[in-house]
Design a protein around this ligand. Structure first.
Ligand code: NPW
Ligand code: K
Length: 479
């Protein structure tokens, strides 16, 4: 997991660490980490470090201080460093150190975007956790910058570290180096899209409280995905009941069933009308058609709100109290009471309809929307997107970001529903929010494997699930 803490928690941990350390130690550690990353970036992108050109943007606060101390270290490596001071004041000791090391420092001037564009590396220390609300007007042009590799100090300037919402222009980074723990903006959409690759440098912060956001990584899934033991049978491994498809929508039934089978369900039952039942049986002869014992449900893929028989099956399954994935057609008519074992899996449009807001409002702040749906329904909410956001019982927030952009394709949601159904059936005693985030990560990982950089069909993703599981980092000691 990559964990993120709110700014007030980071500042409290920083105060505690500062009290126990000589002055300047934390900033020195931050700069040491940044220096190593910047040198690596220069080496990778240009083949050398000494003789390359870096521009360092330094604002008024400690974020600028981190950047100026890094500038000094890079200058000592032989990099030609120009520091552009973006505020009317700068961190004085760090500026003095930078100048002593040979950094050319001067105030930012109109048109300096071209100075930045001509560099090999741009280090963004305009503002960190003390900022937000977008870049200030004089620097807004940096949001359209094209050219150098951009490394952000702590957070890309213009972002508010505490939220995923983006309220102004941002200097997008290729790489963001943060300290001690991530910030919510690093892990939440849409802000995370401006951070590039995220590195969390250890600077010795301790005593952090429970995180505000957790990012589930493929390695975490390898450790948690339930594997059968010698004592298991098909029931103990989990029976998944699938209510999907209808007379007109047969593909969703096949995809959800295929995914549940591939994700390791002990048994899959399919409930639906004749035509999809035929197709499901043809594709997966191991599936049992008709009612019986079920440990977790997949409800709604390809189910029409106007299909009384399928909707009745959805209602009965939800009333049973068993864990359930509530997707697509099952989201249209939710009962009054749901629990955290019910995982709603809307995309932004479906969540907007559920909340009675515009889709754009959901996309602007996915976490806020998912949280509202959780508070309104009592269910765990998994909001699908390039970053998938899960809000579960107790308000726990998890995200997943393992999916390639190619996964935005018809039927992908049906496959996720099947994978998640299998996971809920196999892991009845675990927090459904964690199970849901794990399923989203595995789904994205399978898509990455199936895609290999190119287009994919949803069925390819379902078929790739077993190989994706065994290729997870950490599976059977994999690096
Ligand atoms: N915490 C830790 O563990 C560690 C923290 N460390 C570092 O300290 C950083 C936090 O430093 P900080 O508190 O000095 O705040 P910081 O982000 O530099 O902002 C300062 C000033 O910027 C201004 N400003 C505001 N909005 C703005 C905008 N949109 N665009 C432009 N400017 C804007 C505003 O001043 P104003 O211009 O309003 O007078 C504000 O007061 C942190 O991110 C990390 O890098 C590390 O050294 C080690 C460990
Ligand atoms: K920054």
């Amino acid at each position: 997991m990559i964990v993120a803490h709110r700014v007030e928690d980071v500042r409290a941990a920083e105060r505690a660490a500062l009290a126990a350390l000589p002055a300047g130690t934390l900033m020195d550690r931050a700069a040491a980490a940044l220096d190593v990353v910047c040198a690596d970036v220069l080496r990778e992108s240009t083949g050398a470090v000494a003789g390359r050109r870096a521009v360092v943007l330094a604002g008024a606060g400690d974020n600028g201080g981190d950047a100026l101390l890094t500038a000094a270290r890079l200058a000592r490596r032989g990099v030609a460093v120009t520091a552009l001071l973006t505020a009317d004041r700068a961190h004085a000791p760090a500026l003095a150190t930078a100048r002593r090391a040979g950094v050319r420092a001067r105030a930012w001037r109109a048109g300096d975007e071209s100075t930045c564009a001509a560099a090999d590396l741009l280090l963004d220390g305009i503002v960190g956790i003390g900022g937000g609300g977008g870049l200030r007007p004089a620097h807004e042009g940096l949001s359209a910058l094209d050219g150098p590799v951009v490394v952000a100090v702590d957070v890309p300037s213009g972002l508010d570290a505490d939220t995923g919402a983006v309220t102004g222009e941002v200097l997008a980074a290729d790489l963001t180096v943060t300290f001690g723990t991530a910030r919510p903006a690093h892990l939440l959409a849409p802000a995370a899209g401006f951070c590039g690759r995220l590195l969390v440098a250890d600077i010795g912060l301790a005593d952090l409280p429970a995180p505000a956001v957790e990012r589930v990584e493929p390695r975490d899934v390898a450790g948690r995905w339930r594997r059968p033991g010698p004592a298991d049978d098909k029931y103990s491994r989990g029976v998944v009941g699938v209510v999907a498809g209808g007379p007109d929508y047969t593909g969703a039934a096949v995809l959800a069933v295929e995914a549940a089978v591939r994700a390791g369900a002990g048994m899959v039952r399919y409930l639906g009308p004749g035509h999809p039942t035929e197709l499901v049986r043809h594709r997966r002869p191991e599936v049992v058609a008709g009612p019986g014992r079920v440990q977790a449900w997949v409800l709604g893929p390809g189910v029409s709100p106007e299909d009384p028989e399928q909707q009745e099956r959805v209602r009965a399954a939800l009333a049973s109290g068993e864990p359930a994935v509530v997707d697509a057609g099952a989201l249209a008519a939710l009962p009054g009471t749901l629990g955290p074992q019910h995982v709603l899996t809307p995309h932004a449009g479906e969540l907007a309809r559920l909340l009675g807001v515009e889709r754009a409002a959901v996309e602007a702040d996915p976490l806020a929307a998912a949280r509202r749906a959780h508070e309104r329904t009592g269910a765990t909410v998994l909001l699908k997107g390039s970053v998938t956001t899960v809000v579960g019982g107790g308000g726990r927030v998890l995200t997943a970001a393992s999916a390639p952009d190619w996964l935005a394709t018809a039927g992908a949601g049906d496959v996720l529903a099947g994978v998640l159904g299998a996971a809920l059936a196999a892991r009845p005693d675990e927090d459904p929010a964690v199970v849901a985030a794990d399923a989203a990560v595995l789904h994205g990982w399978a898509a990455t494997l199936a895609s290999a950089g190119g287009p994919i069909a949803a069925l390819d993703v379902a078929e790739a699930v077993p190989a994706a599981l065994t290729s997870l980092p950490g599976w059977d000691g994999r690096p």
